[in-house]
Structures are given as structure tokens and as C-alpha cells.
Design a protein around this ligand. Structure first.
Ligand code: NDP
Ligand code: 8X3
Length: 252
């Protein structure tokens, strides 16, 4: 019998690539996002794969619980939940940031992910089977200028993932945090409020990760034997590494 994967944020980037990958491997898909047309187009493209689509804003916790309660019988037993929907907004230093943008990141990357996990976990625990894959980021491990609240949300996602493991001890339910570096999706277009040229500059002259790279990793984690729990995977493009610590020197 084919397994069921729920992927949030499947209208572009990682989520869309995961949907294609898991459909090709014969999984049943539940795909979500705010852009209905894109979800429908993806479902049509993936036919004859069994795909259930749902349009809602991940920041709306009532919409999440209603969505999970109303899942069709065929899709109720979720084997894998990928908490992928998320975003970065801006790259300004903290003292100049727009508080609304900070709150949007917190509501989406933290509160949305937490609410979806809370809605799906009871079924997994009842069935003694399941996997939650969270999309963290290198930004949750390493500070960088302008990363402020985005990095803070991803540090939350990492620690929440590890704490879920502690709570789920003995239930058979697995949890993995995926922590990618630079990947070319719509991520930077969103971060720079639709400025495609500015977004393209981020990846200019280097080979970034792709949605397919992340889909490969998630597929590996999801198909590892039931006794194997991958706690965390941090992955970067080869062209990206680490810098030193900047020192501010006083003029003499
Ligand atoms: P994209 O912008 O391409 O995709 C983001 C997805 O999230 C879209 O499908 C979008 O759907 C969905 N989403 C955003 N806000 C909401 C919302 N309020 N309600 C419902 N869905 C929402 O970016 P990526 O694929 O790159 O990002 C996926 C995840 O990976 C994010 O959590 C991101 O932080 C993380 N990540 C990305 C990296 C990168 O460099 N690209 C690196 C490390 C982590 P819609 O707009 O239709 O609602
Ligand atoms: C996205 C990667 O380095 O832009 O999470 O924060 S980075």
C-alpha cells in the first residue's frame, strides 16, 4: 500500500520538488500553500498520482485544525509530515527592521510549524508510526548580518525538532531537522519583496543547492529503515563555507 506524505508550502521551491519526487516514487500526496492555481496545476501535472490539495494560510491555526479534521479517508493516515512552508523577509540590521516583517516570520516559521505538528502528531502516535521533517536552515546554526529574526526562527525549529524527539521517545515516531544553506528557489525573491534582479545576484557566479537536492535528502530520510532516525542534516553548496569573526578596530 502506498504511503502518504503531507508537504506544506508545495507551490514552489523545495515543497514543489518534493511533491514531484514522492509522486514519482508512488506516494500519495497532500500538498498545501496559499496559491490554489499552482496547487491545482501541480496536482494535474502529477496525475495519475493520488494528490489532495488544500489552500490555507499556515499562520491560521484554526484553518490547520479544520484541514486535518477534514482530510478524506484515503489521506487521513499521514506517514510523513514535511513542515516546509516558511520564509525570510528582508536583510536589514535589527535596528532598522520592520516589526511587521519580524512578526510574519515568527507567525509562519514558528507558529505555523508548531500548529501543524500539533494537529498531525496524535494520529502518528496512535499508529506508532510516522516521521516529521522540519525545514530549518544554516541560519539557525550560524549568525550572519541581517539574519536576526529569520535565524532566530530557524534556531527555534532546530530545538523544537530535538525536543519533539524527546517527547516522542518510545512511540516509534521519528523527527528530522533539515538545515540547508543557499538554495535557489523563490526564497530570495520573497526575501527581497519581488525584486528578481536582487534575488538573482545572491546566486550569481556560484552553484547553489536546488529543490531537487533537498527532495533527495528528504526522500532518503523518509525511506530509511524504521529503526533509523536522522536527527539533523546540515547541507550547503560546495561553493559556500564559513567566514571569520569580524573585529571592529578603533581608529588611532
Ligand atoms: P519558496 O519561497 O520557493 O517556497 C516557500 C513555500 O512556503 C511556498 O510554497 C509558499 O506557498 C509557502 N508559504 C510561505 N508562507 C506561507 C503561508 N503564510 N501559508 C502557507 N504557505 C506559505 O522557498 P523555499 O522552497 O526555498 O523554502 C522552503 C523552506 O525552506 C522555508 O521554510 C525556508 O525558510 C527553508 N529554507 C530555504 C533555503 C533557501 O536558501 N532556499 C535554505 C534553508 C531553508 P504560498 O506562497 O503559495 O503560500
Ligand atoms: C536560507 C539560507 O543562508 O539565506 O535559510 O539564511 S540563508
Amino acid at each position: 500500500m502506498s504511503q502518504t506524505i503531507l508537504i506544506t508550502g508545495a507551490t514552489s521551491g523545495f515543497g514543489e520538488a518534493m511533491a514531484r519526487r514522492f509522486a514519482a516514487e508512488g506516494w500519495k500526496l497532500i500538498i498545501t500553500g496559499r496559491r490554489t492555481q499552482r496547487l491545482n496545476a501541480l496536482a494535474a501535472e502529477l496525475s495519475p498520482a493520488q494528490v489532495h490539495t488544500a489552500t490555507f494560510d499556515i499562520r491560521d491555526s484554526k484553518a490547520i485544525s479544520d484541514f486535518v479534521a477534514a482530510l478524506p479517508e484515503d489521506f487521513k493516515n499521514i506517514d510523513v509530515l514535511v513542515n516546509n512552508a516558511g520564509l525570510a523577509l528582508g536583510l536589514e540590521p535589527a535596528q532598522r527592521c520592520d516589526l511587521d516583517l519580524w512578526e510574519t516570520m515568527i507567525d509562519t516559521n514558528i507558529k505555523g510549524l508548531v500548529a501543524m505538528s500539533r494537529a498531525v502528531l496524535p494520529g502518528m502516535v496512535e499508529r506508532s508510526k510516522g516521521l516529521v521533517v522540519n525545514l530549518g536552515s544554516i541560519a539557525g546554526n550560524w549568525p550572519y548580518p541581517g539574519g536576526n529574526v529569520y535565524g532566530g526562527t530557524k534556531a527555534f525549529v532546530k530545538q523544537f525538532s530535538l525536543n519533539l524527539r524527546a517527547d516522542l521517545h518510545g512511540t516509534g515516531v521519528r523527527v528530522t531537522n533539515i538545515e540547508p544553506g543557499m538554495a535557489e528557489t523563490e526564497f530570495s525573491v520573497v526575501r527581497f519583496e519581488g525584486d528578481k534582479d536582487k534575488a538573482a545576484q545572491v546566486y550569481s557566479g556560484m552553484k547553489p543547492l536546488t529543490g531537487e537536492d533537498i527532495a533527495d535528502i528528504v526522500h532518503y530520510v523518509a525511506t530509511a529503515p524504521a529503526h533509523v532516525n536522522v536527527n539533523r542534516i546540515e547541507v550547503m553548496p560546495t561553493a559556500q563555507s564559513f567566514g571569520g569573526f569580524p573585529v571592529h578596530r578603533e581608529q588611532s
